[in-house]
Design a protein around this ligand. Structure first.
Ligand code: SF4
Ligand code: MSK
Length: 632
């Protein structure tokens, strides 16, 4: 372990994070930063996308400087190798979020069949609206019957019997035309992922352009399919988020209560844990064990899900997950899937924390596996909460350090909530953009990555954007960073430019609106489509952009690609592994403009990225005939 070599202030801008890194060192607990340091310097072939282990004739590497080493054993050149690797990243990202969506369909089906006693239809109106979108006749049918019918058709969206997934009906017509011309209208959600893996097998698709178009279709199947289904059904089953106050940072953990951390992505388990934490029997049991209550806190995107709907406080984002356990104050860590570091079981064992895995798809070293299904969720959730309570007595007070006081944040800005805040339609938002009070909007999304000082990219970028009258909507771990930076309270309007400030004060909203978890980037797509339809234009014409300043995950690559393919120019902090192919780099950074009317920008410096975004937005304003400060 090289903990001594690390200076906490160089690793994270968060003061709770710094305190916990120091404590981890004292407690001799290895963290992500120690392992990152041990892994550095990374392989330059892999960083460039020029290594391949797809088949047993390899593994192969391409050294662009070596005249003898310019092809893999099969003959793949740099373009093919980089494209194949990239397609596989996108396929993995799409599979992850879309499989999450499928689990929601599964729960909806079981609810419809009366086999999921802990779950119910929380939003019958949204269920009916969705059912109508899917062509289901609702008249005279019960909610449960509609749920069964809708689940059946959504399952079909995952399969291969259709020419196009049904949610493409939400795509503005100009955009759909572009997709049709390019042949990238997504068919079955699973079909695209499966085809991506097929095409990247040795000896199938060896044209880098054709491979990249498949990557785009695969990403769109997720963004306008699997992820969108995930968001909409989570709303139907657990409630449409509405604005509410909550709290953020490690200070949300409590000295005198049983602390349970919820981690992963899917609300199917965490919603049941929430219900169990309200159970009078279990609350009484907590008292018996000397605790004054049961305190749930989230991390990562499961945290975002329960924060958006229930106001459960947020302990931290991706790089805080180990550090939350280092507080020594956590009785149970309950996980579902995605972004859960395999190290967590080991960290838990350094304290009294019990870690539980709950999905048949995701098991972890050092975790007890308690499988939760729609049928047994209520009973198993109660078991998990009870076990956490019984573990309270094992907390070692001398090893506990809960740094800081929690910060206030406002959350819950679903599209429905935003429209309500605007008085019933998006017209006031569009008018504010037209009048130039709000210059445009940016979706800031994505993760943390130990290659970047934690949250520094999010802070610098978002502060500069709002100061320049750009409304920020955020999701995922980016959303936790801005909340910790104090930007999710109405008072943060003071940091905004005069136009945005005026609108925020008028509506009583922060300049940075939390729209949910990573799958909820689909909310941003729907909002962009609604604005484009309102203006009778394409998404690519709007003064909007997306950014992932600290991304790490394959899912983020998929999100970035479906954003670009939907017409939203996307700014990335870390460089994706494509630099080994000049053709692909040129295509990503410029050529895509002729294909999707949007492209990627890679800029590691968040201040420079903000300047580029501002200019991009002003250029779009000029093209729409709105007043503009574009620098040409
Ligand atoms: Fe090497 Fe080609 Fe096999 Fe990849 S697919 S490992 S480049 S032989
Ligand atoms: S959890 S994908 S680290 S945002 Fe969605 Fe955070 Fe990125 Fe995972």
């Amino acid at each position: 372990m090289k903990a001594e070599a690390l200076v906490a202030k160089d690793l994270t801008i968060t003061t709770d994070g710094q305190a916990m890194i120091d404590k981890a060192r004292k407690d001799n607990v290895e963290t992500v930063w120690d392992r990152y340091q041990a892994q550095s310097k990374h392989c330059s072939f892999c960083e460039a996308g020029l290594s391949c282990r797809i088949c047993a004739m390899g593994p192969c590497r391409i050294n662009p400087k070596d005249p003898e080493g310019k092809r893999g054993v099969c003959g793949a050149d740099a373009d093919i190798m980089v494209a194949r690797n990239f397609v596989r990243m996108v396929a993995a990202g799409a599979a992850s979020h879309s499989d999450h969506g499928r689990d929601l369909v599964e729960v909806l089906k079981r609810v419809g069949e009366g086999k999921a006693s802990g779950y119910s239809i929380k939003e019958p109106e949204k269920l009916r609206t969705l059912a109508k979108e899917y062509g289901i006749e609702c008249e005279g049918k019960s909610d449960l019957e509609i749920a069964r019918n809708l689940a059946y058709l959504m399952e079909e969206d995952f399969g291969t019997r259709l020419d196009a997934i049904r949610m493409v009906n939400r795509v503005p017509s100009a955009r759909l035309e572009i997709w049709k011309k390019l042949g990238v209208v997504p068919r079955g959600i699973d079909r695209e992922t499966s085809e991506s893996l097929h095409r990247t097998h040795m000896g199938v698709d060896n044209d880098w352009v054709s491979l990249l178009l498949q990557a785009a279709r695969n990403a769109l199947a997720d963004g306008w399919g699997g992820s969108m289904i995930g968001t909409d059904l989570s709303d139907v089953l657990f409630g449409i988020p509405i604005p509410k106050e909550s709290a953020v940072n490690l200070g949300v953990l409590k000295h005198d209560e049983v602390n349970i951390i919820l981690h992963g992505h899917n609300p199917v388990v965490s919603e049941m844990i929430y219900n169990a934490s309200q159970d009078p029997r279990l609350l009484a049991l907590a008292k018996e064990y000397g605790a004054s209550g049961i305190n749930l806190a989230g991390v990562c995107c499961t945290g975002n899900e329960v924060l958006m709907r229930k106001g459960i406080p947020m302990a931290g984002n991706h790089l805080m997950t180990e550090l939350a356990l280092v507080t020594g104050a956590v009785e149970a860590l309950i996980v579902d899937y995605q972004c859960i570091m395999p190290s967590l079981g080991k960290v838990a064992q350094c304290y009294h924390t019990k870690m539980f895995s709950t999905s048949s798809k995701a098991k972890f070293p050092g975790a007890e596996h308690v499988e939760i299904t729609p049928e047994n969720a209520k009973e198993k959730a109660e078991y998990l909460v009870e076990t956490a309570i019984r573990n309270f007595k094992n907390r070692i007070k001398e090893r506990v350090l809960i740094p800081e006081k929690p910060l206030k944040q406002f959350t819950g800005f679903s599209i429905e909530a935003i429209i309500k805040a605007l008085g019933g339609s998006i017209t006031p938002l569009v008018d504010a953009i037209k009048a130039g009070k709000i210059r445009g909007a940016v979706g800031v999304v994505g993760c943390n990555n130990p290659k970047i000082k934690q949250d520094s990219g999010h802070r610098a970028l978002v502060r500069k954007l709002i100061a320049n009258d750009i409304l920020v909507v955020d999701t995922g771990c980016a959303a936790v960073a801005t909340a910790k930076d104090g930007l999710k309270v109405p008072e943060a309007a003071q940091l905004a430019g005069s136009g945005l400030k005026e609108i925020c004060i008028l509506l009583g909203i922060p300049p940075v609106l939390h729209m949910g978890s990573c799958v909820d980037n689909s909310r941003i797509m729907v909002l962009a489509a609604a604005i484009a339809n309102h203006l009778g234009t394409d998404i690519s014409d709007l003064p909007i952009a997306a950014s992932a300043p600290e991304w790490y995950s394959e899912k983020a690559v998929t999100i970035a690609l479906y954003a670009v393919a939907s017409g939203i120019t996307t700014f990335l902090g870390p460089t994706p592994p494509i630099t080994g192919s000049k053709n692909i780099v040129d295509m990503a950074l410029g050529g895509l403009e002729n294909v999707f009317k949007a492209h990627f920008v890679v800029e590691a410096d968040p201040n420079k990225a903000a300047d580029l975004i501002i200019n991009h937005i002003e250029t779009k304003r000029a093209k729409l005939g709105l007043d503009s400060k574009a620098k040409v």
